[in-house]
Design a binder for this molecule. Structure first.
Ligand code: SAH
Length: 258
């Protein structure tokens, strides 16, 4: 059922792209379409559109991600905008990629899996720890009301902010700092996503999660982490699910692992 719906969606979008390609022949119309934030014009500008659609179908939907909000977010966000220029041709491959400073943009499937696990709604306010490239923040921002994201490496945080601004995200705040402390000024959050691994769930993040809220976080020492899904019930975090993963460690400002 979901698979069929997805396929129909793909055809519909393909139709829009063809229409956009025809309009592109007359420069005036394209200018108007771009000014009005037209979706078709955005797709027309992405030279990797076909690769992106294939990534969504083969790496994400075929592996069991069915949440339509998540699949739609992946259609909206161009992953090549979030990787270094010389790696853009690899942006839609089934793998993480280096983004500088020894860090990586996560594999698309992991981004989709973690996003779906949070079961988000459009009124949610979400905290992300580990902005990295900004890609995950953009995916979240397509689904929820507001995203607060924290990156400890200044150059990465700055670059992510530049890209997110250029892509027009008015509902993302990027902060450079230590995400272990969370962002108390904006708490409580309906959901928290952590994309770097501490040994245990940081206390401040537990406190800043709203009652009934969900957190997804990789925990454990390097090489032996598990991705844990937690829900806050009666003020306590309850583990719902987990699976083995490998993430970069969460570090403090001296680079020491938490
Ligand atoms: N979500 C990112 C991938 C993140 S990789 C994306 O979509 O591209 C993990 C990131 O966590 C790295 O950029 C790393 O610098 C950052 N990080 C590690 N420790 C941190 C901390 N204490 N606070 C905030 N960010 C941290």
């Amino acid at each position: 059922m979901a698979w069929k719906a997805l396929k129909t969606g793909c055809y519909a979008i393909l139709g829009i792209v063809l229409a956009a390609a025809l309009v592109a022949e007359t420069g005036r119309n394209v200018t108007f379409a771009e000014k009005s934030g037209n979706k078709a014009a955005k797709e027309n500008r992405n030279p990797f559109h076909e690769q992106k659609m294939k990534m969504i179908e083969k790496q994400i939907a075929a592996r069991g991600v069915t949440d339509q909000n998540v699949l739609s977010a992946f259609r909206q966000v161009d992953r090549h905008r979030y990787v270094p220029k010389h790696l853009q041709h690899m942006a839609y491959e089934d793998r993480p990629l280096p983004i500088g400073e020894g860090q990586t943009i996560s594999q698309p499937y992991i981004v989709a899996f973690m996003t779906e696990a949070l079961n988000l709604s459009d009124t949610d306010r979400v905290l992300e720890i580990g902005t990295g490239s900004g890609y995950q923040a953009a995916i979240l921002a397509e689904i929820v009301a507001h995203v607060y994201t924290i990156e400890i490496v200044e150059s990465l945080g700055r670059r992510a902010k530049e890209v997110l601004d250029a892509e027009g995200y008015a509902n993302i705040d990027v902060k450079i700092g230590d995400g272990f402390q969370g962002w108390p000024e904006h708490a409580p959050f309906d959901a928290i996503m952590v994309t770097c691994a501490p040994t245990d769930v940081p206390e401040p993040l537990k406190e800043q999660l709203a009652e009934g809220g969900t957190m997804i976080i990789p925990v454990g020492p390097a090489w032996d982490q598990k991705l844990v899904l937690l829900e806050k019930r009666d003020g306590k975090l309850v583990e719902k699910e987990s699976l083995p993963v490998r993430f970069v460690p969460m570090v403090d400002e001296d680079g020491k692992t938490y």
